[in-house]
Design a binder for this molecule. Structure first.
Ligand SMILES: Nc1ncnc2c1ncn2[C@@H]1O[C@H](COP(=O)(O)OP(=O)(O)OP(=O)(O)O)[C@@H](O)[C@H]1O
Ligand SMILES: [Mg+2]
Length: 343
């Protein structure tokens, strides 16, 4: 909060301050002030205290003002964070490709991973795009997206500063010719991160763990391969993005370790939505949305049996990944594959 604002707060009647920022009443509770004339300004109030009053409260005259300003600053900070905090996203149905009503309303909660499944061309990416732009019945599907049960404010839809959503894209065309480390540094700067060098190093290391062939921080971003740039985007989103909603359109075609990538992305309390054709990723969700003909046809909770099956599938997948690495490094798969896969 600017100093001028603080000064104003000290010079207008306390009733008006309370009117504007109702939480200010907590401050008076904290310092133990119960009955006083709220038509006074904060300055007048403090001036009206006798030394005896101050002794009772156990606080100095100046200190009350300092604490008051500190309290207001702290509160306005947490309010800013709160306004960016997302506890739920609700998708209110629109129409499918045949113009049939999508009779559904689904609420997704913080900490949930939701997979989106359905045949090619069915509308998975479309659903992600609807969430991306916080659709208000103004996209081809006519869906509406609510955040925390409310229609999001315009600035949440259109300003970059307040963006609620991080979307992974493989499209790096928008990036000028800078090195990988410069690129991440700029990103980190724009997000007002303090320990920039550390975070840049961590992101590049993380991207290298995900990608196959390692790359150095001085490589221009435009020269990274598809898989490498995807790995960089995943690492960047996982470590740098503060957005409470993460959208992932098909991690599996990126050639990166998709399970590791997903684990990285869902580490924090976010809402993660990912479209996928991959059974392993689909079952890693808490829920899955089934899309048919452009509409949501079902929402399925991942059952206990499915979770057990996921474990077996993961072991199997690990073995297949090992085969991939053997092939990538020029080895031959000439051993008994039935024994190897235990099938
Ligand atoms: N409800 C809808 N109304 C009108 N058009 C729709 C609707 N849903 C999807 N579409 C359109 O159908 C096309 C295919 O959808 P989309 O790209 O989302 O498919 P997809 O499931 O992501 O396919 P893939 O698995 O191949 O990536 C897009 O042009 C999309 O805009
Ligand atoms: Mg798609």
């Amino acid at each position: 909060m600017e100093n001028t604002i603080n000064n104003e707060l000290l010079s207008i009647p306390i009733v008006d301050v309370i009117d504007r920022y109702s939480y200010v009443e907590n401050f008076f509770d904290f310092v133990g002030l119960k009955e006083f004339d709220k038509k006074q300004t904060m300055k007048e109030l403090v001036a009206s205290f006798s030394d005896e009053n101050l002794d009772d409260l156990g606080i100095g005259r100046e200190q009350i003002i300092d604490n008051f300003i500190a309290f207001m600053e702290k509160m306005s900070e947490s309010i800013e964070e709160e306004s960016n905090s997302v506890n739920s996203v609700t998708i209110i149905g629109g129409y499918n490709k045949f113009n049939e009503k999508e009779d559904i309303s689904i609420t997704l909660k913080k900490g949930e991973i939701i997979s989106i499944v359905g045949p090619t061309g069915s509308g998975k990416s479309r659903l992600l795009e609807d969430i991306e732009c916080l659709a208000q019945r103004d996209t081809p599907t006519k869906r509406q997206i609510l955040v925390n049960d409310k229609v999001p404010e315009e600035d949440k839809r259109f300003s970059i500063e307040n963006k609620l959503i991080a979307q992974l894209s493989q499209n790096m065309n928008f990036i000028m010719d800078v090195t990988t480390s410069e690129f991440i540094t700029r990103h980190a700067e724009s997000r007002r991160i303090k320990n920039i060098d550390e975070i840049v190093e961590a992101i590049i290391k993380c991207a290298n763990d995900l990608a196959g062939e390692k790359f150095s921080p001085d490589v221009p971003v435009t020269q990274l391969s598809g898989g490498q740039s995807r790995a960089l985007m995943i690492a960047d989103t996982a470590l740098l993005s503060k957005s409470p909603i993460v959208l992932i359109d098909e991690i599996e075609n990126a050639g990166v370790d998709r399970k590791k990538a997903l684990e990285l992305l869902v580490k924090r309390e976010k809402i993660v939505l990912m479209s996928t054709h991959d059974p392993l990723l689909a079952l890693m969700g808490n829920k899955r949305i089934v899309i048919k003909n452009g509409g949501i046809s079902k929402v399925i909770e991942t059952s206990e049996v499915e979770k057990d099956n996921l474990e077996i599938l993961s072991k199997f997948d690990y073995k297949v990944l090992k085969l991939r690495n053997l092939l990538r490094t020029g080895k031959e798969i000439d051993f008994n594959i039935k024994d190897y896969l235990n099938i």
